[in-house]
Design a protein around this ligand. Structure first.
Ligand SMILES: O=C(O)CCC(=O)C(=O)O
Ligand SMILES: [Fe+2]
Length: 377
């Protein structure tokens, strides 16, 4: 049974069947991480204490809950996320795989900001264990010089307004967070936020993910999403079922390796987004701000058998931005002698590395298929 908070939060978003979003309870007996909660209204109203708490969290955990229901922009974003959850569920289910596969990634130049990707749990299987669709910012905003080849036809005209609203409101929330961080980093007003304008060409995107539910008895299943850090500035994530994990504060993290017992579940909170900083923020702040590693595994307990939908609104620096630390009284001096690259080149490098790691794991074609033919390991 969905809880009263879950029912109320969903009612703010529209008329939905709460059991579809919350088909089973998050189990009380798995180790979770107590992420700090922030008020969007207080952050956007320049509340000093909220700003200080946010800065502390961004320096240590790099992940936090953000209340969507206490500000009109947050409410619009929550509503579009709930709509996209429903749209994603239906369009993934109703569209033949061949049709979905026609929506390709852009060859080599972006970090998965466009296209459909799928993975089957076992070699030769046709049904998707994980499917992802990325819709780029350039379809709706930007100069359009940069536009892709249009949205896939399996989305309707009406669906487009939810993608657009999510991008618009997500960008405004992300820029609000960046403005708070600018002050705390002692860098000029608007220096960070202006690199993330909605209308400049960038690798921003909205992503819908579906992780297939599995019968409780199934043990030999691939992980949802291997450990990674986000190649973004800010990720605004919406989850209704568990599965996302980050390391405990005491955990030892070596590259992408974290001991199994050190992962902690991030419990979804109705009406809240889960926000995290990506690698771009670590670069701009010379590692003062934390781009936290995270992974996704099958949902816990009774939630495991249900499909898990996630929505991400990703904000990235504009394509021409130079990826280097700002100078300030707070940011450690930049000792690198390398010539800084642009956000576009940085994205290209990130994609190449992801490809190399995926190929090392046995994937053969990342344009559409994440990890075929090796049981997903
Ligand atoms: O599905 C999730 O909860 C997170 C997915 C994620 O981390 C990503 O797409 O970068
Ligand atoms: Fe991520």
């Amino acid at each position: 049974m969905p809880s009263s908070e879950q029912n109320e939060a969903l009612q703010q978003a529209g008329t939905f069947d709460a059991k579809v979003f919350y088909p089973a309870e998050f189990p009380p007996d798995v180790p979770t991480i107590a992420l700090a909660k922030f008020s969007l209204a207080l952050l956007l109203n320049n509340d000093k204490d909220e700003a200080q708490r946010l800065f502390n969290t961004c320096r240590t955990t790099g992940f936090f809950y953000l209340d969507m229901l206490d500000h009109p922009t947050g409410r619009r974003l929550w509503r579009s996320a709930c709509n996209l959850h429903q749209i994603g569920r239906e369009r993934f289910r109703d569209t033949p795989i061949e049709k979905k596969m026609e929506y390709k990634t852009r060859p080599g130049v972006r970090v998965f900001d466009r296209g459909y990707l799928m993975r089957s749990a076992y070699a030769g299987q046709q049904n998707a264990d994980l499917e992802i669709v990325n819709i780029p910012q350039s379809e709706f905003f930007g100069t359009k010089d940069d536009a892709g080849a249009g949205l896939p036809g399996w989305f309707s005209e009406e669906d487009q307004s939810d993608f657009k609203t999510a991008m618009e409101c997500g960008n405004s929330v992300a820029r609000g967070i960046l403005s708070v961080l600018e002050k705390k980093l002692d860098i000029p007003r608007d220096s960070l936020a202006s690199l993330h304008s909605l209308t400049d060409d960038s690798g921003d995107f909205v992503r819908i993910l579906r992780y297939g539910g599995v019968p409780p008895s199934t043990v030999d299943e691939p992980e949802g999403f291997p450990p990674h850090r986000d190649a973004m500035s800010i990720a605004i994530l919406f989850n209704w079922l568990g599965g996302l994990q980050i390391p405990s504060p005491e955990a030892e993290v070596n590259g992408y390796v974290v001991k199994d017992e050190d992962w902690r579940w991030v419990k979804p909170e109705a009406g809240y987004a889960i926000v995290n900083l990506g690698d771009a923020m670590a670069i701009f702040s010379n590692n003062l701000l934390k781009s936290q590693i995270h992974r996704v595994v099958k949902a816990p307990g009774d939630q495991r058998q249900h499909d898990r939908l996630s929505i991400i609104v990703a904000t990235r620096p504009k394509n021409t931005c130079l990826m280097m630390p700002f100078e300030s009284s707070i940011i450690p001096p930049n000792e690198s002698t390398e010539v800084p690259i642009t956000s576009l080149e940085w994205g290209y490098n990130v994609v190449s590395k992801i490809r190399q790691r995926a190929v090392a794991r046995g994937a053969t074609d990342l344009d559409n298929i994440v990890n075929p033919g090796n049981g997903g390991k």
